[in-house]
Design a protein around this ligand. Sequence first.
Ligand code: COA
Ligand code: ZN
Length: 305
Amino acid sequence: MDRLILTDVCPRDGLQNQSTTVSTPDKLKLIDLLVRAGVQSVEAASFVSPKAVPQMADAAEVVAGLKREHAGLRTSVLVPNLKGLERAQAAGAREIAVVLSATETMNLKNINMTLQQATEVSEQTLKSAQAHGMKTRAYVAVAFDCPFEGTTPLERVVQLSRRMLQAGADEVVIADTIGSASPGMVRDRTRALCQDIPVDRLAMHFHDTRGMAVANAWAAVEEGMRRFDVSAGGIGGCPFAPGAAGNAATEDLVLMAERSGLATGIDLMALLDAVDLAEQLLQRPLGGRSAAWLRRQREKSLQAA
Ligand code: COA
Ligand code: ZN
């Protein structure tokens, strides 16, 4: 069966911007439930300045905990610069993701670099990671719209993606950081990217700010995309991108895939346990658009048992 390859970014994108602090053991519990549900790839943490993002200050402990408990899990960590890469290596990380925004202002707000500096730093970081035998992803953030500069020129998104691949990225992640994309825009941008880049080197990262994440994901599937970032419970958002809401919920994309004949390896009922734990930890109701319906199915099957 044709399949989607999902990376759950809940432990990083999901937790980086929460007002409630989640402890290291609780982060590991959450990842453990994701793995039990069948998730095979997670973005576990980010090695960024703890002053900029206090929720990620324990990144090294999270990576160490995962190495102990989940040796087979594909675990990537976000790094904004060479210092982040060094910290990730010291912690034993095997895969990193650099974060390049496609506009000047977003790079300045997010990582205090101009577009040119961010491009060069990302290239150096990718090359160094590759030289150390690590796997690599490169985010091209604000690839649809920028909260500060409006619609991002498509040619620039294509050009930066190409540069990231040339610098050694195994995978380029096209990110709708503020969740403003629509299916037509996804179709057009995906087509343009696929003219230059093999589709299996591309992944899509949607946010659900306007309720379009599932429609956007499906538009990308129809263009041949199979790799997606998701977040259990639909939590997420960049602290430096005003107006960004949570990521495409894992449960929504898994249900979309299941009902459309695409495998994911993820069990929806087991995934609800991870969403329940995230709710307890963050002390507020969570869940993608399908979560209420999924929970009713769980109730029914419990009553029937
Ligand atoms: N991890 C931890 N600390 C770091 C670091 C990293 N990757 N990179 C730099 N630092 C530290 C420096 O050592 C220095 O520490 P000091 O004040 O104790 O001397 C301090 O941060 C400032 O260093 P500088 O190189 O001048 O960085 P900056 O102030 O220009 O900030 C970033 C740049 C990238 C470190 C910061 O903007 C950042 O962490 N951004 C993260 C954005 C993010 O996570 N966004 C959401 C995900 S896309
Ligand atoms: Zn994101």
